[in-house]
Design a protein around this ligand. Structure first.
Ligand SMILES: NC(=O)c1ccc[n+]([C@@H]2O[C@H](COP(=O)([O-])OP(=O)(O)OC[C@H]3O[C@@H](n4cnc5c(N)ncnc54)[C@H](O)[C@@H]3O)[C@@H](O)[C@H]2O)c1
Length: 260
């Protein structure tokens, strides 16, 4: 129960990695405010966590809107007294050749993935400074922050920017005892991956030929990294993005893929 009585906000918590983080933090004793733009899915997911009763709150929240994120932090403080951990997890991805992307399509991805995390970091940082007892901010990045796939360009550019957001906020907030870290997952089995990445046998082959552990990750394997970074076990870590990726970033060429 390393996170007992901590108050945690998770954006994009209705499903996937955000939901897995919410569940893990609740299991570790935290109070969790789950936020998502998808009201229906959010309500279903909160219902699934009914056993945690008063430790779970939720708010429909679009991270591209500053007033939504301000209200979200306000809810955490009014329900639980303060904010200890902010997880900027909400994200979207679009597969499209970079030469074909319109200005509106570019803005849509950057608004959610980068601007949303920027505003979330700003508002959470101000709240933690006002409380005067430190805090942790975690940004959900991606291996795509470092590797180049021209079919995922807006996504990759947004995550590259997010890594620099993590660095800048870590340095700016260190005097206030607020740590800022990133997580850069490889390919993890969520709806985003099913809908956008693993869409054909060829796509599966592409992913697994670049994954030494010969499998995709599970959402709980990312949530456990978030729980570590949020805990005092990571008390000397800030300004770093860590990559739970099954060995992808270490691999130079590719490996043989076994049939299913
Ligand atoms: N799954 C992976 O393999 C993987 C790998 C690397 C990074 N990531 C990152 O992890 C995060 C979560 O990904 P996932 O795979 O769980 O995706 P997902 O699509 O399953 O879940 C994303 C959630 O974010 C919500 N969301 C989208 N736009 C929003 C907005 N404007 N405001 C609030 N919520 C919004 C969606 O409704 C959804 O519930 C994303 O930032 C993604 O880029 C995922």
């Amino acid at each position: 129960m390393k996170l007992k009585n901590k108050t945690v906000i998770v954006t994009g918590a209705a499903q996937g990695l955000g939901y897995a983080c919410a569940l893990r933090f609740l299991q570790d004793g935290a109070n969790v405010v789950m936020a998502d733009v998808n009201a229906e899915k959010l309500a279903e997911s909160v219902q699934d966590l009914i056993e945690f009763d008063g430790a779970v709150s939720s708010m429909v929240c679009d991270v591209t809107k500053r007033e939504n994120l301000q209200a979200l932090v306000g809810l955490a403080v009014s329900n639980y007294g303060n904010l200890d951990v902010m997880i900027n997890n909400a994200g979207i991805a679009k597969v499209q050749d970079f030469l074909e992307i319109s200005d509106d399509e570019y803005d849509a991805v950057m608004d959610v993935n980068l601007r949303g995390a920027f505003i979330g970091t700003q508002i959470a940082g101000k709240q933690m400074i006002a409380q005067g007892k430190g805090g942790v901010i975690i940004n959900m990045s991606s291996i795509n922050a470092l590797v180049a796939n021209p079919m995922l360009s807006t996504y990759a550019i947004s995550k590259g920017g997010m890594n620099q957001l993590t660095n800048i906020a870590a340095v700016g907030l260190a005097p206030h005892n607020i740590r800022v870290c990133g997580i850069g997952p490889g390919t993890i089995l969520t709806d985003m991956v099913a809908d956008v990445i693993m869409t054909s046998p060829e796509a599966r082959h592409n992913v697994l030929s670049r994954t030494p552990m010969e499998r995709c990750g599970e959402p709980r394997e990312i949530a456990s990294v978030a729980a570590f970074l949020a805990s005092d076990d990571a008390s000397y870590m800030t300004g770093q993005t860590v990559y739970p990726d099954g060995g992808r970033m270490a691999l130079h060429y590719s490996i043989p893929v076994k049939d299913e």
